[in-house]
Design a protein around this ligand. Sequence first.
Ligand SMILES: [Zn+2]
Length: 245
Amino acid sequence: MLSESERFRYQRQLIVTDWDQEKLKCSTVLVAGTGGLGGVIAQYLAAAGVGTLRLLDDDSVDLSNLNRQILFRTDDIGKPKSILACERLAALNPEIKIEALVERLTEGSASRIAAGCDVIVDGFDNQPGRFLLNSIASRMHIPYIYGAVDEWHGQASFFYPPATPCLACLVRETTPTTRKIPVFGAVPGVIGSLEAAMTIRYLMTGETPLAGQLLIFQSDTMSFDVLCFEKNPTCQVCGAKARAK
Ligand SMILES: [Zn+2]
């Protein structure tokens, strides 16, 4: 049941067609990373009233983050991101539960970190982190909402094998790089908003149009394109052999 203050807070979304606030309230979402993507994702999920948000980030705020990580301010430099994010979002919406995890996602910590989550949302900024999220989500059978940005473009998708392909079906894992990814704030703003919208839609309806599809946003030409891709039957993560392990 929604309280009177929740009904007042959410009044503009409660009148959205097919909106189901109770489902959002009962949901738990892991937001992996609270930077450029994760900060935007977490703000929209908190504002919309997702019942429990688990914010994972082992990093602290750096001056060079602030061109895109809009949850943080100059006087936050040196402070842990997930704790700050937790404080900011609790001030935004005290009706929800927010958990801050100041730790790194590893094979060993994954099952504890993702336990009980209805969705894992990708706010990471590196490929090894995303591949780890992908394999954890596949193994624990949790939907994985993917987003990534690089220079003028960003992309998003939805992975939930065996019903859909996974990240490893789409791209080959490359060796970790120390390359600084060029990024300006509006692109993770767009992609993070898309991930938040996909998460909310999925939690309420169980649907997402981006299963088996990669959405690509190009900010230089202001275009959105959607590419379809297939499941790889020999995928190391979600192929029949991997699942039989
Ligand atoms: Zn796969």
